[in-house]
Write a new protein. Structure first.
Length: 125
């Protein structure tokens, strides 16, 4: 599967104390709207079914394994404030004028991908 497009964060605007305190989240850089792509991703899913047909019911047993290859992908990133040991946001230059103060931000990756086995029974009347 090809990598999905995404819009990067505007780190300059996002780090402004005035902006972050009002919105509580990072600003996107709309000058680069959907210009970047995440890496491509592959996944192998298998399923084995065994079904029995009886006079009034049918029974289906199955084993399903999603992402058998255990492929991982980065599906999105998050821009968050860095916090000090007491849990307060870190301001880079507190001596700057109030409208130019900035928070220290860091980017976190959201990594997805794990093997997901499932077994099940389906009974139909």
């Amino acid at each position: 599967m090809g990598g999905q497009p995404y819009t990067p964060y505007d780190e300059y605007t996002s780090s402004l104390v005035e902006y972050w305190d009002v919105t509580g989240f990072a600003a996107l850089d709309y000058n680069q709207y959907n210009q970047l792509r995440y890496q491509s991703f592959n996944q192998l899913d298998i399923r084995v079914d065994k079904e029995w047909f009886l006079s009034r019911i049918s029974i289906n047993l199955y084993v399903d394994i999603q992402n058998l290859l255990n492929s991982t992908s980065i599906s999105s990133t998050f821009l968050v404030q860095e916090l000090d040991a007491e849990g307060n946001p870190i301001i880079i230059n507190p001596s700057d004028p109030v409208d130019m103060q900035r928070y220290s931000l860091k980017e976190l990756d959201s990594v997805a991908g794990t093997i997901l086995p499932t077994i099940g029974v389906i009974i139909e009347f």
